[in-house]
Ligand binder design. Structure first.
Ligand code: FES
Length: 119
């Protein structure tokens, strides 16, 4: 098994994300508002944008009216910086518009202050 410390817990506040590396691979470490950590390949599956340049946001609900937005899953959605595709952090990085597609992910565990990615 390959594993690596990718950052410290305190490096990422809940609801934020940060780029790191796992071996030669760029990875995106996300921390959801509940404090959990997740790791994904830092490359959009559409045309390869670096996802760390995007933002963590929420998803609009079906109750949203034209011109207004209702949000859910706040702090649990990665929005790609290039064309705005959105991925659900807590649902294996699946694309909201097409859940059959997802960003490759890595396993994560936390030991004391260390955030560790492993395969
Ligand atoms: S490269 Fe991410 S949505 Fe196009």
């Amino acid at each position: 098994m390959r594993e690596q410390v990718v950052c410290k817990k305190s490096d990422i506040e809940p609801g934020e994300m940060k780029k790191s590396t796992f071996g030669k691979q760029d990875v995106l470490i996300c921390r959801t508002p509940d404090g959990e950590f997740y790791a994904f390949m830092n490359q959009c599956i559409h045309q390869g944008a670096p996802l760390d340049r995007g933002m963590i946001c929420g998803a609009t609900t079906e109750e949203s009216e034209p011109g207004g937005y209702e949000y859910c899953h706040k702090g649990e959605i990665i929005r790609c910086p290039w064309h705005g595709r959105e991925f659900d952090i807590k649902n294996e990085g699946r694309m909201l518009a097409n859940p059959d597609k997802k960003i490759p992910s890595f396993k994560v565990r936390v030991e004391d202050e260390d955030v560790i990615v492993y395969k």
